[in-house]
Write a protein that binds this ligand. Sequence first.
Ligand code: EPU
Length: 340
Amino acid sequence: MAFPFQTQVSLAPFNAFGLPGCAARYAEIRSVSQLVKLVRSGELNGQRCVILGGGSNVLLSGDIDGVVLHMRIPGRELIGSDDDFHLVRAGAGENWHELVRWTLEMGWPGLENLSLIPGTVGAAPVQNIGAYGMEVCERFMGLEAVDLRSGAVISFDFKDCHFDYRDSVFKHEAAGRFAITSVTFRLPKRWTALTRYVDLARELATRGIIDPKPLDVSDAIVAIRSRKLPDPAQIGNVGSFFKNPLVNADHYAALLAAHPEIPSYKQIDGQVKLAAGWLIDQAGWRGRSLGPVGMYEHQALVMVNLGGASGQDVLRLSAAVRRDVNERFGVSLEMEPALI
Ligand code: EPU
């Protein structure tokens, strides 16, 4: 029997920017065995195959003339522990923030700095989500994925994933080839609060918290994010629209001479990371719009859907912002979400 795909399914409710577009064929994936069966049936052969998680880091350019696999595999459990770590595995379809809060409630801290990041567990390693001084790769143990060519279930360890800043093998060689089905995290038993990020330290101080517990860190981050970042349920957005760019030491020295207040983060290789939000703000784009899209008034790095935007509107504003930042600072911005 042919696989029961749904046809001509609107993807507008499934992408956080709220962009229009239909999938020619669509399937909700709820288990590994269901996906393996689908691949082995040969029904994906020769088709474009797009893997969708929470839709919070994708920009839909229009209709998808292929198959959309919407990863909804549930489950979260403690699969083991040793002297140093709790090992927690979660299904790709679990909501990221709910997983974070659950681990904290269970007494297994370690993910609190990544609180309130939108999206699903399966998407977290793809772009190596990060915030407030931590990246998910620091808590990553391994993941399982289904090879969409053969139907084999493949394990990836830390090395296999080639993690980098908002980057992994799943954005390159492995893109479109593997559907992540579960992720395992190693959460340290000897926990210490990671509060070096200035905004976080300030928020905890404002709350009069000197010796923060994991939940205090999570609550503080929820408060900061809620102030600065728009809720995708209210205003369409995909978080940071660009990556924070790297410049070499000479370029940085010239920028610093012209703008002594420029926020910067020195890297071990001598390069300097700049705050894209600051560059966009300085280029005059914070709170400014072009058609139905704009750069958010409280965080210029976030593009927002002011209502009825299309993929073309997004690309037009993206090009205008990149041009102005480049003209003013000689810095080329790279888009962070994936264009599908
Ligand atoms: N800034 C401005 N104007 C703005 C925005 C920022 O001057 O409109 C300045 C801030 O004052 C600050 C600096 O730029 O000095 C950096 O801003 P912020 O602390 O808000 O962090 P970010 O570098 O813009 C990154 C991540 C966010 C993450 C925050 C907190 C990237 C691309 N973005 O933003 O991640 O939440 O740090 O750790 O690395 C995401 O990836 O979707 C995301 C939201």
